[in-house]
Design a protein around this ligand. Structure first.
Ligand code: SAH
Ligand code: F3S
Length: 506
């Protein structure tokens, strides 16, 4: 780890580097710090079997695991964090890059070792890898008993009965309307302050590099009423910040249920009363004025000005937009089927800067997409220069079987070139990270305390509205307090300050 808070995980995830704010949990993007986390739910005495559930990948997977644990809590399962105590192991998997799948295959061999001493133990694979590989997983990984796709979790009780009776069980059917809106996720292993609330499932964008549309199916939105109920419950339990979660939140559209792509067939009444993302955001902001609201991920082709205006209107909507750009080259953006040009992206950035001058902006970038030239790479560096992102997540292209790029294009950029370009991108982002972080110094900012700082027992860790981590001496404040902090100093990704008193949000 360098002094500049650049975290090079290349030894673990060879084709993926993760940059700045690694503690940032609100991103839907993969957070290395939480990979492989197990989930533990309060024990029920009447439950006789132990579930060990481990999650990989994006925040959506972690949110899904809470739904799974909630379903199985009523099916006789307590959760355990000790692998050796498990009667059922479930692993919620990620397919976004090849390395993610390799990590999970390694874990499966670890589970196999436990199976030797616990012959009754069953192993189930959930999530994107389950969906991508389907029953091939049963053949390839002999220790897997159950394969369950992201839309089939309500079928788990039946599938478990199947495996209990000695048969393998598979359900990878993708759904038109499943949003799990009616299941209250369990909230454990959390800080009790911040939580994710899913608002859409699936994605229709079909970026040519991306496996998500294949593993998570067509895009559908969740009933705003059930979203409000979940937020209400979170507020009642003392949570202070929510992140509305979706692959592409700007595309949210509720018209009574069903796929986004079928909206044009909806009745006139349904069309007239439909809720889009800015309306949902406003509804939640107005209903819970004390709740901090974040959202992730935005998509440049779908983000509209009214979302930015809604953010400006409501103080409780945080000033941060995660706006993946992927590439700065128009030719590559076209090959990626990102339906915007870099000029249109810059126009959106200009609008954000104008309407929300204090807003932080973060990115996702893929380097080494097929046919990417040095000139294309230079355009990406220029895009970084233009925006000067607060932080970002940068990856080397990993070919995914079944995607359009996987089928139609040669993965023709040598690994060495990908790595070199990636490190150039990271080096530049590192400068911008420092530049943006320094801009907070000297200001007084409202910080929501999330927990104790990792570096010092005597300091709190929280975030400002822009999602930058702030640490400051604890004094008499406690987790969940909103505190005004005078920012005095910083490293490239962390602000340091002194509390000035409670903010008016307490
Ligand atoms: N719209 C989603 C994107 C999910 S994937 C969201 O809400 O964030 C997260 C990021 O992983 C993408 O933005 C992209 O930068 C990266 N990614 C996706 N597929 C990839 C691939 N095949 N190789 C390398 N990186 C990839
Ligand atoms: Fe993937 Fe593009 Fe959707 S990156 S999740 S297909 S917006």
């Amino acid at each position: 780890m360098s002094s500049c808070h650049i975290f090079d995980y290349s030894s673990i995830f060879a084709n993926q580097l993760f940059y700045c704010n690694v503690l940032q949990k609100m991103e839907k993007t993969i957070d290395e710090n939480v990979q492989g986390t197990t989930l533990a739910v309060e024990r029920k005495e009447t439950n006789k079997r132990n579930l060990y559930i481990e999650s990989y990948g994006c925040a959506m997977n972690f949110a899904d695991s809470e739904i799974v644990a909630s379903i199985l809590a009523t099916e006789g399962f307590n959760t355990t964090q000790t692998l050796e105590d498990a009667d059922l192991i479930l692993v919620n998997t990620c397919s976004i890059r090849d390395k993610a799948e390799q990590t999970i295959r390694k874990r499966l061999t670890e589970y196999n070792k436990v199976k030797k001493s616990r012959p009754h133990l069953k192993v189930g694979v959930l999530g994107c890898m389950a969906e991508r590989l389907k029953d091939k997983l049963l053949d390839e990984e002999k220790i897997v008993d159950m394969v369950v796709g992201p839309d089939a979790y309500k079928d788990l009780p039946n599938l478990i009965k199947e495996v209990d009776s000695g048969r393998d069980a598979v359900n990878v059917i993708l759904s038109k309307d499943e949003t799990y809106g009616d299941i209250a996720p369990v909230r454990l292993n959390t800080n009790g302050v911040t939580a994710f609330v899913s608002i859409t499932r699936g994605c229709d964008n079909m970026c040519t590099f991306c496996v998500v549309p294949f593993t998570r199916g067509r895009e559908r939105s969740r009933d705003p009423q059930s979203i409000l109920e979940e937020v209400n419950e979170l507020e009642r339990k003392g949570f202070k910040e929510i992140t509305l979660l979706g692959q592409n939140v700007d595309s949210y559209l509720w018209y009574g249920g069903g796929l986004k792509k079928n909206f044009e067939n909806a009745s006139e009444m349904q069309k007239a009363t439909a809720t889009n993302f800015s309306k949902l955001l406003e509804t939640v902001a107005l209903a819970y004025p004390k709740m901090r609201i974040r959202f992730s991920t935005s998509n440049p082709q779908d983000m509209t000005l009214d979302v930015i205006e809604t953010m400006a209107k409501h103080k409780n909507i945080c000033d941060h937009i995660h706006l993946p750009v992927q590439s700065g080259s128009n030719r590559i953006l076209k090959e990626m089927n990102r339906l915007h040009t870099i000029e249109e992206y810059f126009e959106l950035i200009d609008n954000i800067r104008q309407i929300l001058p204090d807003c932080s902006i973060s990115q996702d970038i893929i380097t080494g997409f097929p046919t990417e030239t040095e000139e294309d790479h230079t355009s990406t560096l220029k895009a970084l220069e233009y925006v000067k992102y607060d932080f970002g997540y940068m990856y080397a292209y990993s070919e995914r079987p079944g995607t359009l790029a996987g089928r139609k294009m040669d993965d023709d950029i040598p690994e060495k070139t990908k790595k070199r370009r990636l490190s150039e991108i990271i080096a530049l982002q590192r400068q911008h990270c420092q530049y943006r972080t320094e801009k907070h110094v000297g200001k007084v900012q409202e910080v929501l305390i999330e927990g104790t700082s990792k570096k010092s027992e005597n300091e709190w860790m929280g975030r400002n509205s822009q999602s930058t981590v702030v640490v400051f001496p604890k004094e008499n404040y406690k987790v969940g307090d909103f505190v005004n902090v005078q920012i005095n100093d910083c490293t490239s990704a962390t602000l340091k300050g002194i509390a000035q008193g409670y903010s008016d949000n307490n």
